[in-house]
Write a protein that binds this ligand. Structure first.
Ligand SMILES: [Zn+2]
Ligand SMILES: [Zn+2]
Length: 303
């Protein structure tokens, strides 16, 4: 059987004609039988595609032929086209939906005015030299942060990326404006934008992690400053960077019923809600059809 791979990549670069790039990418993927999701905006490209290894390699070569994508980094991950039901290639106002397309400026080198990129080792060096002054700032939503985060991280109260700007401008985080702030997200793309938005709003010393939590976790496993599991947007739902039974592993998530440790999200049984809630395996087995806390309160259902 042929080897299959998933490819993850993004690049911020000016794209004068996003529609032309979209049509080219769609044709390219169709010809190579790749599936997945690609977003293109006038600020760049962000994609996850899967397929046979030879096809994936040809895709990389062809995509790098576009001058703005020549230096794009491609990250291989385990998986195949079967992980994506279909191909979706779209033009959007923003690669990451902060709701502030006019707030972002890019040139050939990427985002203008973004946070300083730190390699995983440099993150630890910064904490070693500056200590508690350093603040980790979670660039993800509350569900993702519910099962893992950097040590003592600030987790903004956001349900989606769209909520970030109001949250940052609320004044809640003004005391961080003079401290070293390290933003982080799954693979780094959201922090490219978030770090620039923070700097524009008066945060003076902003950093972002090269390759995001994924690369940090690959470097340090459970022995660094990361605690818990990483939420992922595929069938796996979450992943660990080491043995979940080793003593350094921090079980971050708490079951909404028994408060026992868990990193498993399940959908609220209310079909109109379907919110993801943490329910441990034991409670899922003994209380099938569990509701989230809000729905339980609203309907006075027992589970
Ligand atoms: Zn439980
Ligand atoms: Zn609910």
């Amino acid at each position: 059987m042929a080897i299959s791979k998933i490819l993850l990549y993004y690049r911020f670069t000016p794209i004068p004609d996003p529609t032309a790039v979209m049509l080219w990418q769609r044709t390219l993927c169709e010809s190579l039988e790749l599936t997945g999701r690609i977003l293109i905006s006038r600020h760049g490209i962000n994609g996850t595609v899967g397929g046979e290894l030879t096809a994936v390699k040809r895709y990389i070569r062809a995509t790098r032929a576009y001058p703005g994508f020549r230096d794009m980094e491609f990250k291989f991950s385990e998986g195949s086209a079967a992980d994506f039901p279909r191909l979706s290639v779209k033009v959007r106002e923003e690669l990451v939906a902060f709701g502030a397309p006019e707030d972002l400026d890019v040139d050939e080198n990427g985002v203008i005015g973004g946070g300083v990129h730190l390699k995983p080792e440099e993150v630890n060096e910064l904490v070693d030299s500056r200590g508690d002054e350093v603040v980790f700032f979670d660039g993800r939503n509350a569900i993702e942060a519910g099962i893992g985060r950097f040590r003592d991280a600030v987790v903004p109260d956001v349900e989606t990326t769209h909520d970030f700007i109001d949250e940052i401008e609320s004044g809640k985080y003004d005391d961080l404006k003079d401290r070293p702030v390290v933003t982080y997200c799954t693979g780094g793309v959201r922090c490219e934008v978030l770090s620039a938005l923070l700097k524009k709003r008066g945060f003076r010393e902003v950093y972002q992690i090269d390759g995001g939590i994924v690369r940090y976790g690959e470097t340090y496993g459970n022995d660094g400053l990361w605690e818990g599991s990483l939420y992922v947007f595929d069938r796996r739902m979450h992943m660990e960077f080491g043995d979940a039974t080793d003593h350094n592993f921090v079980q971050f998530g708490r079951c909404i019923h028994c408060s026992g440790g868990t990193n498993t999200y399940r959908n609220c049984a209310n079909q109109k809600c379907r919110r993801q809630v943490l329910i441990c395996d034991d409670c899922a087995a003994t209380r099938p059809g569990s509701h989230c806390t809000d729905c339980r309160r609203a309907t006075s259902v027992g589970v």
